[in-house]
Design a protein around this ligand. Structure first.
Ligand code: THU
Length: 182
């Protein structure tokens, strides 16, 4: 069930075991994700406005194939807020997620502005906001991470469900051992 999947994904801990060959002692390392679960009215005004923009953006999603409507909104250092939504295509991989539509548009439109905060919301096939938060896919985490790095500071991510919001401290926290340079 969806709850069980989220518990695994956000159960609070990603554990990475590193096995050192030819050594009886294992060198274990651990990466932990801590985040807040909040009621909507526990958010600041700026957070609430961004969540509202992400929710509104779900109504501009183009999702004729999945019927899963995702909205994202990004608050920028210049005071602008930029929405995005998933845009599907009959050639499925040609479409894109809400998060990438928002971050690519934000940086294309305001290349000098830094990302300050991100919100994500989704409506399922029943048309209702999802009862559990929807988290960005791996490709979107990678794309968002680049803009967090350009900002030079943590960019909190708000995952909004119908009645609660997960506030993740940063994009980086969602992508342990990320690929950031070559
Ligand atoms: N989708 C997003 O827009 N963001 C996510 O975080 C997960 C998935 C979209 C892609 C596709 O259009 C639909 O949701 C179903 O996967």
């Amino acid at each position: 069930c969806r709850d069980a999947r989220l518990t695994r994904r956000f159960g609070s801990t990603f554990i990475i075991h590193e096995h050192i060959p030819y050594n009886s002692a294992m060198n274990k390392k651990q990466v932990t994700l801590e985040f807040d679960e909040l009621a909507y009215d526990e958010l600041s005004a700026a957070e609430r406005e961004l969540v509202e923009m992400a929710r509104e953006a779900t109504f501009r999603s183009y999702a004729p194939y999945s019927q899963f409507r995702v909205g994202a909104a990004i608050e920028l250092s210049n005071g602008e807020r930029v929405p995005g939504s998933n845009q599907e295509n009959v050639a499925y991989p040609s479409g894109t997620c809400a998060e990438r539509s928002a971050c690519f548009y934000a940086h294309a439109r305001y290349p000098d502005a830094k990302f300050e905060r991100i919100a994500i919301a989704a409506r399922g096939t029943d048309g209702e906001f999802t009862p559990t938060p929807t988290a960005p896919c791996g490709a979107c985490r990678q794309a968002l991470l680049e803009y967090e790095q350009l900002a030079g500071h943590d960019v909190p991510v708000l995952l909004a469900a119908a009645d609660k919001v997960y506030r993740l401290p940063s994009v980086r926290s969602t992508l342990p051992l990320a690929f950031v340079e070559f």
